[in-house]
Design a protein around this ligand. Structure first.
Ligand code: ANZ
Length: 677
């Protein structure tokens, strides 16, 4: 009897699929189904078993919908700009473009050996000038509408290598390459104004067919906070300091102000006596990461030497600096209410600052003394006011609106703050999409005219950023000069973060060869939005950015929908047999091609990865279980061969089993259970 020989079967069919272009998608009158995985970064290590799980899930769904008569589109592409290729180039001198080409060829070969249903005619590569020309076009649309803008911001800086470092290149506060302690350096950076869409991004989350976990993460990331902005006058100065509070009701308990160490007004507040200490404190704090600063540890801070006037109590309150206040949130300064805020309480206790109780729980309303001196039992909720003069006995809510109107618009205003920041998009790096901007003599930015796109990355011999912190592009002297409207200008040497390239690729897939537009209107109308997206990463960054761009381009009339992804599947990771993360250094990586070539074949590998556990949970690789899957496929094969030989007719028990099986598989796939598939 014929034996199950996956090598022979797979080779035969993969060849047929290739010559017949069996998975080519074309627009027709049928109902469409568009599916994609998050496209991979083609690293030198090749595809790994984690990719295989992700791609296999999409593959099952694609084949399932195709067999159900839908007109399916399942494209593939590569997210190729980024630091690994540049670091590799710095080490080896091999150009990132060269290395990327080699890696893509390898990825494609591997994906084909895995037998995926992919329309290879739609392959895209974000570092191809024909692609990034349109990434540049997208940037210019945002720039024209004021949603791409420049602002000073702190960057990691290695004083030894004289170079800007990405977050990933800072290891425990030291440079990844030379080990020198890193510093922060203020530099002008490009930002996308994602906050302009904060409300809409938040409001439309609930209607998405996405995992609740991801939706919650996005909500928390956006972090909408309603409160008030209050101006505190600085004693003996004309100047005021703005603070953001969500608890205006507690203002009579505000016994000091705290500014972030980066706050621009600090130099005007320090005195001869405090100058040195404050400057040292700020310099040290700026070096710490935000995560470090928000950790629950002992609070530190310094007194500036100046006082502010509490606008309600008219009391003089000291102005301090501490790193628990973040510059990028609210106004970068807080009114500290140690009677009701834990962080302020810890700070006040340490530096012996006044602690006042000004709110008590509603149920304590009739008790004259809410606060028994045991400050640890303090109350953080809203309630009834006390120790607050004319506002005593009002509810927090009543007090807030009363205080707001008493202070008047010149002093206090309602304000909404978002935890989400604008998206820092520029990188002082060579291997990225060049930002299509040039500067005139006065340093003003100008858009490169659209008919001059793409701004192509020039070849350079040294990929390292230069000593001033600019990318290696600064060394391409001829490339730097450009004439716009008869004026000589100098090109931007920053490139775009890779997240910009992946913010619109799902629309490019609809018309990947278009040379006249980023995406063809009719094509996006037919294929988009994406019906199913599958990935195991990027819960907030990428998955928020595509939503933001979608809304923006919908507003500009380029997209006929406002949400890019209908259904999201978030799959788990595949770990090593010991449950640990697979990594080259631990030597526990499973290479998919090794599994295939050992005789198991691609179908066994794919089936095994679908069978390994619920798709959305992490799973550990098992070398024994994969053998079981192989034996199972072997039995399926024999069953099929027997069936063919016996030519069983309808109405037999086998036919019944077949129908039952189809029903079960159909229901399982509808419920995203892939193990029976
Ligand atoms: C006084 C107060 C009293 C506050 C109280 C809280 C409780 P969410 O809800 O996260 O938005 N805050 C404001 N700006 C800050 C900054 N840049 N860095 C650190 N903390 C900051 O938090 C808003 C509260 O966080 C604000 O309200 C402010 O403290 C603090 F019983 O003002 B609150």
């Amino acid at each position: 009897m014929e034996r199950y020989n996956p090598t022979k079967i797979e080779e035969k069919w993969q060849k047929i699929w290739e010559t017949e272009q069996a998975f080519r998608a074309e627009e027709n009158g049928a109902e469409k189904m568009y599916l994609a995985e998050m496209f991979p970064y083609p690293s030198g290590a090749g595809l790994h078993v984690g990719h295989v799980r992700n791609f296999s899930i999409v593959d099952v769904l694609t084949r399932f919908y195709a067999q159900n008569g839908k007109n399916v589109l399942r494209p593939f592409g590569y997210d190729t700009f980024g630091l690994p290729a540049e670091n590799y180039a710095i080490k080896t001198g091999i150009s990132p473009a060269e290395a990327t080409k080699t890696n893509i060829n390898n990825f494609r070969k591997q994906a084909k050996r895995l037998g995926f249903y992919i329309d290879w005619n739609r392959e895209i590569n974000t570092s191809d000038p024909e692609y990034y020309r349109w990434t540049q076009w997208c940037f210019l649309q945002l720039f024209k509408k004021g949603l791409a803008y420049q602002k000073e911001s702190y960057q990691w800086w290695c004083p030894n290598d004289q170079t800007v470092l990405a977050n990933e290149q800072v290891e425990n506060g030291h440079c990844w390459r030379c080990g020198t302690e890193v510093e922060k350096k203020k530099m002008k950076q490009w930002f996308f104004k994602i906050t302009a869409y904060a409300d809409e991004l938040l409001e439309e989350i609930d209607q998405l067919d996405w995992p609740e976990k991801i939706k919650t993460m996005q909500k928390n990331w956006i972090g909408r906070s309603e409160g008030a902005n209050v101006k505190f006058k600085v004693k003996d100065q004309e100047d005021t300091i703005d603070i953001f509070t969500t608890r205006l009701d507690t203002i009579c308990g505000a016994t000091f102000l705290v500014l972030a160490p980066e706050h621009p007004k600090i130099p005007d507040l320090i005195t001869k006596d405090t100058e040195e200490e404050v400057k040292n404190y700020c310099a040290a704090a700026i070096k710490k990461s935000e995560i470090e600063r928000q950790e629950n540890k002992e609070k530190t801070g310094v007194f500036t030497g100046s006082f502010a006037i509490n606008p309600v109590t008219k009391e003089e309150i000291p102005i301090w600096v501490s790193d628990y206040v973040l510059i990028n949130y609210g106004d970068g300064a807080v009114m500290a209410v140690p009677g009701h805020d834990e962080r302020d309480f810890a700070f006040a206790s340490k530096y012996q600052l006044e602690i006042k109780t000004v709110v008590k729980p509603v149920e304590l309303n009739n008790q004259s003394e809410a606060h028994d001196g045991d400050a640890l039992q303090f109350f953080h909720d809203r309630g009834i006011l006390l120790n607050s003069g004319k506002y005593n006995n009002l509810t927090s809510k009543e007090a807030e609106s009363q205080i707001l109107s008493d202070l008047g618009e010149a002093v206090a205003n309602k304000k909404v703050t978002y935890r989400m920041r604008d998206w820092l998009i520029s990188r002082q790096r060579y291997w990225g999409c060049p930002i299509p901007i040039a500067y005139d003599k006065d340093g003003q930015p100008h858009a490169i005219p659209e008919d001059q796109l793409p701004v192509v990355l020039p070849e350079v011999s040294d990929y390292r950023p230069d000593k001033t912190g600019r990318s290696a592009l600064a060394k391409a002297e001829d490339w730097l000069k450009v004439t716009i409207d008869g004026e000589e200008m100098i090109r931007e040497t920053d490139t775009l973060d890779g997240y910009a390239c992946s913010s619109w690729y799902l629309w490019r897939y609809a018309s990947p060869h278009s040379t006249s537009t980023a995406w063809d209107q009719d094509a996006v109308k037919y294929w988009e939005p994406l019906d199913i997206y599958c990935g195991a990463d990027h819960a907030v960054a990428h998955l928020l950015y595509i939503r933001f761009w979608c809304k923006f381009f919908a507003d500009q009339g380029y997209l006929p929908f406002r949400e890019p992804v209908k259904k999201l599947l978030y799959n788990g990771y595949i770990n090593a047999p010991d449950g640990k993360k697979m990594s080259k250094s631990k030597g526990n990586v499973i290479d998919p091609l090794d599994v295939i070539d050992s005789g198991y074949g691609a179908d066994t590998l794919r089936t095994y990865e679908l069978f390994i556990g619920p798709y959305n949970e992490d799973a550990a690789w098992s070398t024994t279980a994969i053998g079981g899957v192989y034996r199972f496929l072997n039995r399926c094969f024999n069953l099929a061969i027997n069936q063919q030989n016996n030519r069983l007719h309808s109405g037999t028990p086998t036919q019944l089993i077949r129908h039952k099986t189809i029903k079960k598989v159909t229901e399982d796939i509808a419920n995203t259970n892939f193990n029976t598939a």
